[in-house]
Design a protein around this ligand. Sequence first.
Ligand code: FES
Length: 104
Amino acid sequence: MTTTDIGALSDFENGGAKQVILGERTLVVVRIEDDVYVLDDRCSHEDFSLAEGIVDTANCEIECARHGAMFSLKDGSPMSFPATRPVAHYDVAINNGRVELVLS
Ligand code: FES
């Protein structure tokens, strides 16, 4: 298991979605208060950036801006059609105000 620093917690707007490119991975990073969630930045319905979408902070979900599918930020699972497959989800640790992606 390795961790990779992807920025300071303060780099991420509360309730916002931000694209982060890490090597060959393109990720969407979402901050809700002091929690950070990371998914692959690619909707499983069609190839579209989830970072363009709207964050539902109350339900901890993100809406794809293209056709409106909702995904759980907690595990990447699809919560509504037209998406039926999950998006890859990554574990995150926050240490001393830094956001670390946990890679296995
Ligand atoms: S591309 Fe995301 S819901 Fe269709």
